[in-house]
Design a protein around this ligand. Structure first.
Ligand code: BES
Ligand code: MN
Ligand code: ZN
Length: 513
């Protein structure tokens, strides 16, 4: 059950709620809304802060029960840190702590004060409402596994009020709806990604997309092996050869700019507005194929469809938001397995573009499924194409697990995506894609090899893709390090939905004017 958000215009000591959240700096006067509570509570709040009960670190919390003069059952003070070092990061850490508190509490409902005085420099209430609703709703996510104990499922506030000092504007109300929609898209992305590869097969991805299209009334088409053969998708098909799972090529079309107007899914060059095309790598399990991966942590290769899951999740989010944009989603889905029928190192295959590829390593399969999808994208006459892929371990070596890798042949698009990353906290870092890297893909037996040697693996992976993306503006997001967490906290993160949501909301805003 998704969290329900409401807006209340009231002084924070008044609402009868299970858990009232107040954000404070540890080194300055209480912000205006807290002062009202402090007065009602006979200076208790300022007392706690001056006696250092609340840690300095942004996101530290102090839970108070039965505060006199305050109608709420519990009050949670959350630290924004010191005012001098306050910014987006501290605010986001505080909000994440709030989200966790709302998700864990025994209170049935909650309320949080949002006021200008506690927003990061340069940020407004619309931004804060969108981020806060997304973060809080996302913190309430639970994977619906048979092993999850019912106790933790029962917990958490179901209804949360944003306490504002004046009537919200239309964009402010919309911001809450948008943040929540993105969180619901993230939940779908995580649900798909967290499933085992025996359940989340290419067929399951196709079924999920078809069901979503039916629910939200957008077009979904699925090509099976025969359809892909007709199109000459030899690179994609070469990856699927070793698996007993049938490959699927999923085409989703959301038309928000002119709702109701249906266009045929193919051959629509020149008619209507130019869509944004999102392409998601959908390898439901990446064993490496004949170039088999080592055993350690191989289970995590069930997450090799996180690009696909995020494209499907984005479609849920934009449909919920009813965003006035046109978006096409393409998911080449297959399983990479070794078998007597699998592709071998040394095999040469022909891609849909006509370019031939020597497969030197069957574990570099992501680029093989993506290249045919990138060629297919041309028929939509796209405004731009963004692919999202758990493409390379090398990207994790280069950047760690903080940002996703961004590689692009279009500077304006790269800058736009990087800004959406900063605005949403779902950051990317750009790597170069200079011509010189192309030389590393030379092959004696085909137009190119599918690997580029030991160095710069995230870049040579993208360099390979760029050869299939020359007809339009293109960016590539390598989410190998950001799509899931390992170890004790193992699970999908739902990234890069916050980034893509922000990007598409901005595009919709630009269109309206
Ligand atoms: N899916 C992997 C990339 C990956 C590995 C993502 C580990 C997250 C964690 C991809 O298909 C792959 O195997 N890439 C190879 C490419 C190499 C053979 C050129 C890699 O990164 O080692
Ligand atoms: Mn691989
Ligand atoms: Zn892979």
């Amino acid at each position: 059950m998704p969290v329900k958000f409401t807006i209340k215009i009231t002084s924070p000591e008044k609402p009868e709620t299970g858990l009232l959240v107040l954000s404070v700096f540890v080194d300055t006067l209480l912000p205006p809304a807290c002062q009202a509570v402090n007065e009602a509570a006979q200076d208790k709040l300022s007392g706690f802060i001056s006696s250092n009960e609340l840690d300095e670190k942004a996101g530290s919390t102090l839970l108070l029960h039965g505060l006199a003069g305050v109608a709420a059952e519990r009050v949670l003070l959350v630290s924004l840190g010191k005012s001098g070092s306050f910014g987006d990061r501290a605010w986001r850490n505080a909000l994440t702590a709030v989200g966790r508190a709302f998700a864990d509490t025994r209170a049935k409902d909650g309320a949080i004060v949002l006021e200008e005085a506690t927003l990061p420099p340069g940020r407004d209430l619309t931004w804060a409402l969108r981020q806060a609703s997304r973060i809080i709703a996302d913190c309430a996510y639970r994977f619906n596994a048979p092993s999850v104990k019912s106790e933790s499922v029962k917990r958490g506030a179901h209804e949360i009020a944003f306490l504002l000092s004046s009537e919200p504007s239309q964009p402010q109300k919309e911001a809450i709806r948008h943040g929540q929609a993105i969180a619901e898209g993230m939940a779908l992305t995580k649900d798909l990604a967290n499933l085992g590869a025996n359940v989340c097969t290419p067929g399951k991805l196709a079924e999920t997309a078809l069901a979503l299209g039916k629910q939200f009334k957008f077009d979904v088409d699925v090509l099976e092996r025969g359809g892909m053969e007709k199109l000459g998708m030899g690179a994609l098909l070469s990856v699927a050869r070793g698996s007993n799972q049938e490959p699927q090529f999923i085409i989703m079309q959301y038309r928000g700019s002119s709702p109701g107007k249906s266009r045929k899914p193919s051959k629509n060059k020149g008619s209507g507005s130019r869509p944004i095309v999102l392409v998601g790598k959908g390898i439901t399990f990446d064993s490496g194929g004949i170039s088999l991966k080592p055993g350690a942590e191989m289970d995590e290769m069930k997450y090799d469809m996180c690009g696909a899951a995020s494209v499907i999740g984005v479609f849920k989010a934009i449909a919920l938001m009813r965003l006035p944009v046109d978006v096409v989603g393409l998911v080449p889905a297959a399983e990479n397995m070794p078998s007597g029928n699998a592709s071998r190192p040394g095999d040469v295959v022909r891609s849909m573009s006509g370019q031939t590829i020597e497969i030197l390593n069957t574990d570099a399969e992501g680029r093989l499924v993506l290249c045919d999808a990138l060629t297919y994208a041309e028929r939509f006459d796209p405004d731009c194409v963004i692919d999202i892929a758990t493409l390379t371990g090398a990207c994790i070596v280069a950047l760690g697990k903080i940002p996703s890798g961004l590689l692009s042949t279009d500077n304006a698009l790269a800058v736009e995506l990087a800004q959406s990353g900063l605005d949403s906290g779902d950051r990317v870092w750009r790597l170069p894609l200079w011509e010189e890297y192309q030389e590393l893909l030379k092959s004696n037996f085909a137009d190119m090899a599918n690997i580029g040697g030991r160095f710069g693996g995230a870049i040579t992976g993208a360099a390979f893709l760029s050869r299939f993306a020359e007809a339009y503006k293109w960016a590539h997001l390598d989410i190998a390090g950001t799509a899931w967490l390992s170890g004790e906290a193992k699970g999908a993160t739902g990234r890069p939905l916050p980034l893509l949501g922000e990007f598409l909301i901005n595009r919709a805003r630009v269109r309206k004017h």
